[in-house]
Design a protein around this ligand. Structure first.
Ligand code: HEC
Length: 147
């Protein structure tokens, strides 16, 4: 009983790790994007396509199924970017567009290398690197009016 005390203490502190700040305990410093409902829906749809590609790439790479990796990556490549309505494009800050463009390009690069090199490990490394764009854009912008 006595000997398991340090372990119990460790377990008791576990939930605190990675929990981050409590929701609402910090002000939201992300830059707001004032979009119409339709524009916001378009952006969110594009995001869910990104997530869909990520899920398929991870699963297919784990099975060394490189044609599926390439196909899934291409679905989030520049082909998808060209469908952005001009009104929405005009409202997005230049930095946002650059980051978005770089992300689509990185998916195309991943698709090309998946086809030519057929290396699941490489595809996952490339995915990890391109997902830094997901993380940094999400840390910087949000949809909605200024608070
Ligand atoms: C250039 C900026 C940018 C990049 C790059 C980006 N996102 Fe987003 N994403 C956003 C914004 C802005 C929102 C809306 C956040 C909010 O206000 O709720 C969003 C929301 C989302 C959502 C929620 C969609 C919904 O239906 O509500 C998902 C999922 C998502 N992003 C996935 C991704 C993934 C995966 C990547 C990378 C492969 C990615 N995003 C890259 C800007 C970006």
């Amino acid at each position: 009983m006595i000997r398991s005390f340090p372990l119990l203490l460790l377990l008791a502190t576990l939930p605190a790790w990675g929990a981050g700040p409590r929701p609402g305990s910090h002000p939201d410093h992300r830059q707001p994007l004032a979009l119409s409902a339709e524009e916001a829906a378009h952006l969110r749809l594009e995001m869910r396509l990104f997530l869909n590609s990520v899920q398929k790439i991870v699963t297919a790479a784990a099975h060394q199924d490189m044609p599926v990796v390439a196909e899934a990556a291409r679905e989030s490549g520049l082909v998808a970017a060209h469908q952005v309505p001009p009104g929405l494009r005009a409202k997005l800050p230049l930095e946002f567009k650059k980051l978005g463009h770089a992300t689509h390009e990185a998916f195309d690069d991943l698709a090309r290398d998946a086809e030519s090199m057929a290396d699941g490990g490489l595809a996952l490394k490339q995915l990890g690197r391109l997902m830094q764009n997901c993380v940094s854009c999400h840390a910087t912008y949000r949809i909605g009016p200024a608070r």
